[in-house]
Design a protein around this ligand. Structure first.
Ligand code: ZN
Length: 216
């Protein structure tokens, strides 16, 4: 069973939902740098205070800070983890490889979620996010037409202010420039597995389960 996993893929490819599936099914802790930063801010740690200040200024949290956060978290989680949204750059991938080498806990698999740009647009423009738990759902796929409450927690469903064609185009451009090179990076290391991410969440989960449980 592969337990040290990175989820790689463009915006709206469904990584967050599958990270949650893996946590529920196998008990593997999943984490995204965004969630870690919010937690540090909530706890008011020096790193959290600094990150909060930068986010307010509208500046991007630098690689070094993200790497430090991941490093702290890995010290207690290197036996099994699912990363969603990390690494985002080749620099971050190099740092991750180094940290895992120190723990003698190399990556088992990188799952590359493939969807077309058209599918990403269709999903984002049909997406509603829960104002309470933060989960997102696609109308037609996870939600009945006209549904206004979160199926998980009953919170009100809203459209995220950055779920616009312009914002998505920007996120896809940034992904293509900085993150897409990681496909080759991990292919060279023999770690890359393609996932047909355009399917329904259940189909994608089934494909991932088969990949991770397959003896290798
Ligand atoms: Zn909810």
């Amino acid at each position: 069973m592969k337990t040290r996993i990175v989820l790689l893929g463009p915006p709206a490819s469904g990584k967050g939902m599958q990270a949650e599936f893996l946590k529920n099914r196998y008990g593997i802790a999943s984490v995204s740098p965004g969630a870690m930063l919010r937690e540090e801010m909530r706890l008011g740690t020096p790193l959290g205070v600094e990150a909060d200040r930068m986010t307010r200024d509208g500046s991007m949290v630098p690689d070094a800070m993200v790497i430090q956060l991941v490093g702290n978290w890995l010290s207690t989680h290197h036996d099994g983890f699912v990363f969603d949204g990390f690494p985002r750059t080749v620099g971050q991938a190099d740092a991750l490889e180094q940290m895992l080498a120190e723990w003698r806990a190399p990556l088992d698999a990188v799952l590359f979620f493939e969807i077309t740009t058209e599918t990403a647009f269709e999903r984002v423009l049909n997406r509603l996010t829960c104002s309470r738990c933060g989960r997102s759902f696609a109308t037609g796929l996870h939600l009945a037409a006209g549904q206004t409450r979160c199926p998980e927690c009953g919170g009100a469903l809203i459209r995220r202010s950055d779920d616009t064609p312009e914002a998505l185009e920007h996120r896809i451009a940034e992904y293509s420039e900085k993150t897409k090179p990681l496909v080759e990076y991990y292919k060279k290391r023999g770690l890359l597995w393609n996932v047909k991410a355009a399917g329904t969440p259940a189909e994608v989960s089934a494909e991932i389960t088969a990949l991770l449980e397959e003896a290798s």
